[in-house]
Design a protein around this ligand. Structure first.
Ligand SMILES: Cc1cc2nc3c(=O)[nH]c(=O)nc-3n(C[C@H](O)[C@H](O)[C@H](O)COP(=O)(O)OP(=O)(O)OC[C@H]3O[C@@H](n4cnc5c(N)ncnc54)[C@H](O)[C@@H]3O)c2cc1C
Length: 386
């Protein structure tokens, strides 16, 4: 991956933004269970950071995905996972399909203001009975004149208590589960939408998450993204950016945990010497840093493949899998060397341990990534019919 002056500028802008506008407030937001999405996204929109790889016609920078990748990586300098997660939802999870498949008028109505930071977006795919098994979801959008009438519910929806619109996956016909779904933009203030209380989570505390209920929610059919019945396919494509973003966002976050752990282990003495002088500890730090560099190489390779327009599914799944597993390994290993301090709630390794646990579950669990990789390796057994 060759980085240009422009990449470095995006890196610097993102890092400055996080250091000035996010890190001083992280502890407050973690305690409150929410961060001010509208205020923060407007500032990001003004800097252009919400539309790096989106078309210029809707206010984006029109750059390729490598520029998005450096921003995702740099967001990892945040002192929590929750705020970067919500930013990632806005830029790389709820809006890629809008940018790629929606018609111009829908893009002007929802994507352009999302890029400007005027509208907050959520992605609404998972349901209580269908997370990994996306095809098994039940929320339905029935045609009525020029409208859809939506009934059902979506579970664990990030930033939903602040969202202005949902990018919703719904069944729009009775047909086969891979060809009966559509992606529909649903404004959050449409009558019939209600939310649960914010969900009480293990980690990602500064990001608000709730269940969203749709009870006879009426939206015009022109709010559908792309063709009817193509929603599952579009969501699978949209997932690739989510997974690449997730892997890239892990890199600096983990390096920060390793770096802070090294600093602590230099200062902390046991048995007359700094902790870091124990070979088991300095070797472990070297090992973890090596693993992070390996993840970086895999993520960059996946990104290059994506930019070249080739099928990135296998590499993106590998990067997502490796990122989730490494995040658990790094935060657990580092927490150990902080001793009792590592068990404290606000400790850097402790927060990483809690926040990063999501990476092996959300956006496709590790086992789902393994299944995809097996499919590409041609070793996934065919499903038996009973
Ligand atoms: C904090 C948070 C934020 C989220 N944000 C969003 C969001 O904004 N939008 C959204 O749509 N969703 C969101 N999700 C949902 C998330 O994507 C799902 O939780 C995830 O896809 C897993 O689905 P599930 O929880 O239903 O687990 P299940 O599908 O019930 O699976 C449970 C576990 O079983 C294992 N498993 C599943 N299938 C297989 C298999 N075939 N073989 C072997 N093992 C298997 C996996 O280990 C998996 O973790 C969020 C979740 C959380 C916790």
């Amino acid at each position: 991956m060759k980085f240009t002056q422009e990449h470095e500028e995006i890196r610097r802008t993102t890092r400055n933004f996080i250091e000035k506008e996010v890190n001083p407030y992280v502890d407050e937001w973690e305690n409150a269970g929410i961060f001010p999405a509208h205020e923060l996204f407007k500032k990001m929109g003004d800097l252009g950071l919400l539309g790096i790889s989106k078309p210029e016609s809707v206010g984006g920078m029109g750059l390729d995905y490598s520029y998005e990748l450096v921003a995702a990586e740099e967001l990892g300098v945040a002192h929590c996972g929750g705020v970067p997660l919500a930013i990632g939802v806005q830029t790389n999870m709820a809006t890629p399909a809008l940018a790629r498949f929606a018609d111009k008028s829908l893009q002007q109505e929802f994507l352009a203001p999302a890029i400007a930071g005027d509208l907050v977006a959520s992605i609404a795919v998972s349901e209580t009975g269908a997370g990994s098994d996306v095809a098994g979801m039940k929320t339905a959008a029935r045609k009525d004149g020029d409208d859809y009438i939506i009934n059902g519910s979506k579970m664990w929806i990030t930033t939903s208590t602040q969202a202005d619109f949902f990018c919703l996956l719904a069944n729009t016909s009775e047909g086969k589960p891979h060809s009966n779904k559509s992606l529909i933009v649903v404004p959050a203030n449409t009558p019939g939408i209600t939310l649960s209380e914010p969900l009480n989570k293990l980690g990602m505390r500064s990001s608000d998450t709730a269940q969203v209920f749709f009870d006879d929610v009426r939206v015009p059919q022109r709010y559908r993204i792309g063709g009817e019945g193509a929603g599952f396919m579009m969501q699978m494509i949209q997932f690739q950016e989510e997974r690449l973003w997730g892997a890239a966002n892990t890199l600096k976050a983990l390096e920060r945990v390793v770096g802070e752990t090294i600093t602590y282990c230099r200062e902390r003495h046991t048995f007359g010497q700094p902790l870091i002088d124990n070979q088991v500890i300095h070797f472990r730090m070297a090992e973890l840093q090596t693993e992070i560099e390996a993840l970086r190489a895999l993520t960059y390779q996946a990104c290059e493949t994506y930019i070249e327009g080739k099928d990135v599914t296998k590499l993106a799944s590998m990067a997502k899998l490796k990122g989730g597993r490494l995040a658990r390994e790094v935060s657990d290993a580092c927490l150990q060397y902080w001793g009792g301090m590592g068990f404290m709630w606000d400790n850097v390794a402790s927060r990483s341990y809690r926040d990063s646990r999501l990476a092996s579950i959300g956006g496709g669990a590790d086992e789902i990534m393994l299944g995809i990789i097996c499919k590409y390796m041609n070793i996934l057994p065919a499903k038996r019919r009973s």
